[in-house]
Design a protein around this ligand. Structure first.
Ligand code: 13P
Length: 252
């Protein structure tokens, strides 16, 4: 895939109606296409409506989570085969799921394989806490999350990785470009150690307080291919501004 990838994670925001409008507005402003891979990830309940709202545009749709099992008695959950009829991407292992819902690397590994088996492209999120960073173990924590979550994977051709330091999410305090680049380089070497040359093609994104003013500083780093955007993806103008700034770097 063309590597520039900007993904909007709407988290638990928007109703089906407002999600439809937001998706429609983003797709209208970005109707030109040619700006890399633009993906929006609304809540499950709005996936169908948003997919319809952006149909015919270059915007693609992703889900925010998936259950590892294909079907069964898991009240309230949504499986990969269900999502695969509606969307192309799925976020797995977001730090909010790891911390608020106690998801382990092992459980997330099941989500990654279930997604790949169903034909979805998993966006695997990894990232250290402030405590990990202060203790000097950020890189080892992230590499171990990464390899544990990919333990059952042999083919990484549909995988994306998002490095989201927990301390930078929703805080307005983005990581510095240098911190992100250093971590991304470590992520790439962990991927290379597990998957050889195929690791080169895995898009690696930075996430955590990304906005139109700072996105270029991340994308100018050699190992960063895109951004996973939370808060700033909830407004069509601000998300489109991020995409526009990102494409300027890609065109350089
Ligand atoms: P913010 O952009 O709001 O910091 O959120 C980042 C994030 O968690 C995206 O998945």
């Amino acid at each position: 895939m063309n590597r520039l990838t900007i993904i909007g994670n709407w988290k638990m925001n928007t109703t089906p109606e407002s999600a439809h409008i937001l998706g429609y507005n983003i797709s209208k402003i970005l109707s030109d296409g040619g700006m890399g891979n633009i993906v929006i990830c609304p809540p499950h309940i709005s996936l169908d409506r948003v997919a319809q709202a952006v149909a015919g545009s270059s915007i693609r749709v992703g889900a925010q989570d998936v259950h590892p099992e294909p079907s069964g008695a898991f009240t309230g959950e949504v499986s990969a085969p269900m999502l695969a009829e509606l969307v192309e991407f799925v976020i797995v292992g977001h730090s909010e799921r790891r911390t608020l819902f106690a998801e382990s690397d092992e459980f997330i590994a099941g989500k990654v394989t279930a997604s790949i088996e169903a034909g979805l492209k998993p966006i695997l999120c990894v990232g250290e806490s402030l405590e990990d960073r202060r203790a000097g173990r950020a890189e080892s924590v992230v590499s171990s999350q990464l390899l544990a979550c990919l333990a059952n994977v042999t083919d990484v051709s549909s995988l994306l990785v998002a490095y989201e330091p927990v301390w930078a999410i929703g805080t307005g305090e983005a990581a510095t470009p240098q911190i992100s680049q250093d971590m991304m380089s470590s992520i790439r070497s962990a991927l290379r150690s597990g998957f050889g040359d195929a690791a080169h093609a895995v898009p690696c994104l930075y996430g955590g307080s990304v906005n139109a003013d700072n996105v270029q500083s991340f994308l100018r780093q050699p190992d960063i291919d895109g951004a996973l955007v939370g808060g700033a993806s909830l407004d069509a103008e601000s998300f489109v501004a991020i995409v526009a700034r990102a494409s300027e770097v890609a065109a350089d």
